[in-house]
Ligand binder design. Structure first.
Ligand SMILES: Cc1cc2nc3c(=O)[nH]c(=O)nc-3n(C[C@H](O)[C@H](O)[C@H](O)COP(=O)(O)OP(=O)(O)OC[C@H]3O[C@@H](n4cnc5c(N)ncnc54)[C@H](O)[C@@H]3O)c2cc1C
Ligand SMILES: NC(=O)c1ccc[n+]([C@@H]2O[C@H](COP(=O)([O-])OP(=O)(O)OC[C@H]3O[C@@H](n4cnc5c(N)ncnc54)[C@H](O)[C@@H]3O)[C@@H](O)[C@H]2O)c1
Length: 467
């Protein structure tokens, strides 16, 4: 049977673009890609990139405060002008979008700027009514924000909207305690918005190490966010040009904008998967095996739509491994354990790799090398902001099981720590490494004595041994 293409990719985001470019450019496959919105996908257009630029923009106040502590009398951040920043952001995203498009075209990929749906195991329908056939179909459609399902929720905004605002809200509420909620609240507060963050749990960033979570929770309050814990909205209604939020603790809040950051769901609705034998999980995620192959041999899926680890570098690696395996005769699987990540808060970021202290304790014996200290840079300026560094070590093998950093540029630190830890480094390897002085990161190679030693036998007997 002959097909129009060897590969048809649905979705021009992190995973889809990489897979298409490698399959066509490196392996000579005949590839087409459909993108219904802007090329580059969530990360480039409405995620990592605009978010990080806004994090940079939002730190002027903290920098001015620090500089006053260094003797810069009267140092002030000035007034943030969204009408200057927003067009610059738009121009940068357009530049990136063009670069992604050009790279695909250079690799020989045929691009359809429209929505695609699946007709059968080898056929794609495009929004213009035409059909294309392909030997392989790659689904890389990503995810979409999930709303909480409460009355009036349509009055709220989603993360995409932050980058498209005509003007910044004077008073904003961010709902949630995950990556997006914490980063968005930090950005809004830093840009001068009166910011309320509402989270139903007792500490933000569930899934991260508890000590880091507690420090992040504290920091959100310290930078001026009105953080309400153990609270959740029950309904929204319009009052004039504002929005009234009814909270489950009986309080109401009037704000100019509400941002839902209550998770994301795979974007499989309306994709035509009922025409195939592809299996979905209850949240709509596509079930794939370790080769990113679905239950239908000709259909593969990568990235957030599979809800494995929802990060850009993971989607890219999955897309690349798919192309290597199917078109390059170089079978490659992607490991989803031990992936480092960072949350870009200010002034200190949260970054991690491997097990949390809680997970390590549940797994078995663990020695915890941990330190909390006021770093030279901010202490001199009179700030109480604390840095935290932690290594979790298996006492039997001496292997480092996890690393957690709460501090300035923690994301940059964890990227480098991820290399030795991924290679199986031991605590002795860290100890043998000469420190770079004076840095905050040097603490990672100078912690000599465990702060705590958790022993499974002792815990089972009713306690935790401290060393
Ligand atoms: C606010 C925010 C901040 C983030 N920050 C970070 C970060 O700092 N670091 C990090 O690693 N990750 C971050 N992420 C996550 C990251 O953006 C995603 O993990 C990544 O984009 C997933 O890539 P993907 O290829 O699976 O999907 P996407 O990038 O979402 O791409 C999917 C594409 O498919 C298109 N599409 C969907 N359906 C169709 C269809 N039927 N036909 C045609 N086209 C279709 C969409 O328009 C989209 O362009 C962030 C996410 C958000 C929302
Ligand atoms: N820096 C980064 O790497 C980065 C940044 C942003 C997003 N991301 C990726 O995007 C994914 C999605 O981010 P996210 O923040 O949307 O999801 P998340 O899963 O991290 O957080 C969702 C939050 O919403 C809360 N929540 C869920 N339902 C709720 C409800 N009905 N009412 C009130 N609160 C509710 C949850 O308790 C949680 O705190 C992340 O898991 C991450 O993989 C990464």
């Amino acid at each position: 049977m002959s097909f129009d293409y060897d590969l048809f990719v649905i979705g021009g985001g992190s995973g889809g673009v990489r897979a298409a470019r490698i399959a066509a450019g490196e392996y000579g496959a005949r590839v087409a890609l459909a993108e219904e919105s802007r090329m580059g996908g969530t990360c480039v257009i409405r995620g990592c990139v605009p978010k990080k630029l806004m994090v940079f923009a939002s730190q002027a106040g903290l920098m001015a405060e620090e500089m006053r502590g260094y003797g810069w009398e009267g140092a002030q951040a000035g007034r943030f002008d969204w009408s200057v920043f927003r067009p610059k952001l738009d121009a940068e995203l357009t530049r990136l979008e063009r670069a992604y498009t050009a790279n695909l075209e250079k690799a020989g990929v045929r691009i359809f700027h429209q929505r695609a749906t699946i007709v059968d195991h080898h056929t794609i329908a495009l929004a213009d009514g035409t059909r294309q056939t392909a030997k392989h179909i790659l689904i890389a459609v990503g995810g979409r924000p999930a709303l909480p399902g409460i009355p009036g929720e349509d009055l709220g905004l989603i993360s995409d909207d932050l980058f498209l605002l005509d003007r910044l809200p004077r008073r904003a509420m961010v709902v949630g305690g995950g990556y997006i909620a914490c980063e968005f609240a930090t950005i809004l507060a830093g840009l001068g918005c009166d910011t309320v963050q509402v989270y139903r749990g007792d500490a933000v960033l569930r899934g991260f190490d508890r000590q880091a979570r507690d420090l992040a929770t504290l920091q959100l309050g310290q930078i001026g966010i009105d953080l309400r814990l153990n609270v959740t909205p029950e309904g929204l209604e319009r009052t004039g040009d504002r929005i009234r939020v009814m909270l489950n603790d009986g309080m109401t809040e009037d704000v100019d904008a509400v941002f839902w950051a209550t998770g994301r769901d795979p974007y499989t609705g309306g994709l035509g998967l009922e025409n195939t034998g592809v299996h979905l999980r209850p949240n709509g995620a596509i079930v794939v095996d370790e080769w990113s192959q679905t239950a239908v041999p000709s259909i593969f899926a990568v990235g957030d739509v599979t809800d494995r680890v929802n990060l850009t570098p993971v989607a890219i690696r999955e897309g690349h491994a798919f192309a290597d395996t199917v078109f390059g005769a170089r079978p490659r699987k992607v490991g989803h354990a031990g992936i480092a990540s960072a949350v870009y808060l200010r002034p200190h970021e949260v970054a991690q790799i491997g097990l949390t202290e809680e997970q390590a304790c549940a797994r078995g014996d663990v020695d915890v090398y941990a330190t909390e200290f006021r770093p030279m840079r901010s202490m001199f300026a009179g700030s109480n902001a604390k840095v935290m560094m932690k290594l979790l070590v298996d006492p039997d093998t001496d292997r480092v099981l996890g690393c957690h950093v709460f501090g300035p540029d923690a994301g940059e630190m964890i990227q480098l720590a991820a290399i030795p830890i991924g290679m199986g480094a031991t605590k002795a390897d860290f100890d043998a490494t000469m420190a770079v002085h004076p840095t905050a990161a040097e603490e990672l190679v100078t912690m000599r004595t465990p702060a705590r030693r958790h022993r499974l036998a002792v815990q089972a007997a009713g306690g935790t041994a401290a060393g």
